[in-house]
Write a protein that binds this ligand. Structure first.
Ligand SMILES: NC(=O)c1ccc[n+]([C@@H]2O[C@H](COP(=O)([O-])OP(=O)(O)OC[C@H]3O[C@@H](n4cnc5c(N)ncnc54)[C@H](O)[C@@H]3O)[C@@H](O)[C@H]2O)c1
Length: 438
C-alpha cells in the first residue's frame, strides 16, 4: 500500500488494522517491519496521501477500492487442522465491509487464500442492506520479504483475477490502471478469479519444491563427497532449469511456503486427488527432515553429546534482511539443541531477544539454557560450536580468527547457509562444514 501511495500521489491510501499497537508503530519513526528501503517509501508518502488508522468502519465507508490483506494462517483446530487455511479473519473482514460499505466498491483479495474464497466473500457481501454493490478481484502478492521494495517497484508480474462479466472486467481495468502507473502493461496479467487464487499457491509450491529438491541432494552430496554448490551451479547453467532458488540450506522458513503448500495439499485432497496431495506434502517433509538433520549433525560431530556445551546460533530470522521469524529453521534447531541439554546462545541483528525467547519456548517455562547475545562475538565467546542459520551479510565478514581464539578446542562451525569460506576457516583451525559440503 505504501508503494501504491508513492506511485499514485493523487490517490489517498489508508491502511487500517484492528491492532492499535501496530498502527501506532506505523505512525512512528520505528516501523513494525524491518525491510530495506521501506522507511524511505513510508516517509515520502506518509501524511501526504498515505495514512495509518484503526478507524476500520469509517475508512471502509470512504474507500472506492478495499484491499483485504489480513492473515490466513494454517488452521489449528477442527476439520483441516494443520493444513487448511483459517479463513476466520477473511470472513470477519467481509462481514465488516458488508455492514459499513455503501454504493459501488471494488474488493481486492490480497491475502493468499484457497481457490473459491472469492465466492464466499461475494455471498457475504451480497447479504447487506446498504445497497452495496461489489466486484471481487483476486490480486495475490508476489513480493518476497527482504527484497519487498525492489519487488514492488519492479515486479516480474502483477496478477489480477476477476469475473468475466462487464462489471468484473471494468473492476479489473480499474485495478490494472492503478498498477499501470508504474508497471509496464505487458507485466499486468489478467485471468479468471480461480486461476489467480490458485496461481499464488502454485507459485509458492514450485519455489519451495526447488529448495527441497536441492536440499535432498545436499544429503547425497554429504554422503558422497560431492559439493552441492558445485552441483547447483552446474545444473543451474541449463537454461531449462535456471540458477535461482537452488541454494541448499538448513531449510526454508517464512510465513508463506509451508502454509501455502499445506493449503494446496488440503485442496487437492478435498477435490479427490490424494496422489497430487502426497507429491506436494513430500516437499514439506524434506524441509522438516533437513532442519532435524542439521541439528543432528551438530550433535553427532560434537562426539554425540552437546550436553552443557555452549552452541552459538548466528541468525534467527528466517532469512536475511527481515526481522520476520515465522517458521524460521532457527526455531527448530534451537529446540533440538536445547532438548539435548546444550546451552544455546542466539544472536540476530534485527530480531529482539523477547521474540527469540517466545518463538523457541512457545509458551513453555523459561529455559535458562537459552540466552540471547547482543553481538556475534559475545554469542561465540566460549562456544564449542557455531551454527550459522541466517545468511546475514555481517556473518560473512566476522573476524573468525578472533572468534576461534576464544573457543574451546576443537572448535566447530556449521554453516547452514553456505555463506562462509570453509577452506579459510579450516586454515584458522576450525572444524568447519556446510550443508551438502564435506
Ligand atoms: N508476508 C509476506 O511476505 C506475504 C507475501 C505474500 C502474501 N502474503 C499474504 O498476505 C496475508 C497477510 O500476511 P502478513 O504476513 O502481512 O500477515 P500479518 O499477520 O503480519 O498481518 C495481518 C494483519 O491483519 C490484521 N487483521 C486481522 N483481522 C483483521 C480485521 N478483521 N480487521 C482489521 N485488521 C485485521 C492483523 O491485526 C494483522 O496486523 C496472508 O494471507 C499472507 O499469506 C504475505
Amino acid at each position: 500500500m505504501a508503494m501504491i501511495a508513492l506511485k499514485c500521489p493523487d490517490s489517498r491510501v489508508t491502511v487500517v488494522d484492528m491492532n492499535a499497537a501496530r498502527i501506532a508503530a506505523w505512525n512512528s519513526n520505528s516501523l513494525p517491519i524491518y525491510e530495506p528501503g521501506l522507511d524511505d517509501v513510508v516517509k515520502q508518502a506518509r501524511g501526504r496521501n498515505l495514512f495509518f488508522s484503526t478507524e476500520v468502519a469509517a475508512e471502509i465507508k470512504k474507500a472506492d477500492i478495499i484491499f483485504v490483506a489480513v492473515n490466513t494462517p494454517t488452521k489449528s483446530y477442527g476439520v483441516g487442522q494443520g493444513r487448511a487455511a483459517d479463513l476466520r479473519y477473511i470472513e470477519s473482514v467481509a462481514r465488516t465491509i458488508a455492514e459499513h460499505a455503501q454504493g459501488d466498491k471494488i474488493i481486492v483479495e490480497k491475502s493468499t487464500i484457497p481457490v473459491k474464497t472469492a465466492e464466499a466473500i461475494k455471498t457475504i457481501l451480497a447479504n447487506n442492506s446498504n445497497g452495496l454493490k461489489c466486484a471481487v478481484l483476486s490480486n495475490p502478492e508476489f513480493l518476497a520479504e527482504g527484497t519487498a521494495i525492489k519487488d514492488l517497484e519492479n515486479p516480474d508480474r502483477v496478477l489480477i483475477g476477476g469475473e468475466r462479466t462487464p462489471e468484473g472486467e471494468k473492476a479489473v481495468a480499474t485495478l490494472a490502471g492503478v498498477y499501470g502507473r508504474w508497471v509496464p502493461r505487458d507485466r499486468i496479467i489478467t485471468t479468471n478469479l480461480w486461476s489467480s487464487e490458485l496461481s499464488k499457491l502454485v507459485a509458492n509450491a514450485f519455489l519451495a519444491q526447488r529448495i527441497s529438491s536441492i536440499n535432498s541432494i545436499s544429503a547425497l552430496c554429504e554422503a558422497t563427497g560431492a559439493d552441492v554448490d558445485e552441483v547447483a551451479f552446474a545444473i543451474g547453467k541449463d537454461s531449462r532449469i535456471g540458477p535461482k532458488f537452488l541454494k541448499a540450506s538448513v531449510g526454508f522458513g517464512g510465513s508463506c511456503f509451508q502454509k501455502d503448500i499445506l493449503n494446496l495439499t488440503y485442496l487437492c485432497e478435498s477435490f479427490g486427488l490424494p496422489e497430487v496431495a502426497a507429491y506436494w506434502t513430500s516437499v514439506v517433509g524434506i524441509n522438516d527432515w533437513q532442519k532435524r538433520r542439521f541439528a543432528a549433525r551438530i550433535v553427532k560431530e560434537l562426539f554425540n553429546t552437546v550436553a552443557d556445551k555452549k552452541i552459538a546460533v548466528l541468525g534467527f530470522a528466517f532469512k536475511k534482511d527481515t526481522n520476520d521469524t515465522r517458521e524460521s529453521a532457527a526455531i527448530n534447531v534451537c529446540r533440538d539443541l536445547l532438548a539435548e541439554h546444550a546451552n544455546v546462545c542466539v544472536y540476530d541483528p534485527k530480531v529482539p531477544a523477547d521474540e527469540i525467547r517466545r518463538d523457541v519456548l512457545n509458551g513453555a517455562a523459561d529455559n535458562p539454557r537459552l540466552t540471547v547475545a547482543k553481538d556475534a562475538y559475545s554469542a561465540c565467546a566460549g562456544a564449542h560450536a557455531i551454527a550459522i542459520i541466517t545468511e546475514w551479510d555481517e556473518f560473512k565478514t566476522l573476524d573468525y580468527a578472533r572468534i576461534y581464539a576464544g573457543m574451546p578446542k576443537p572448535a566447530f562451525l556449521f554453516d547452514g547457509r553456505n555463506i562462509v569460506d570453509l577452506a579459510a576457516l579450516r586454515k584458522i583451525g576450525f572444524k568447519a562444514s556446510g550443508i551438502g559440503r564435506a
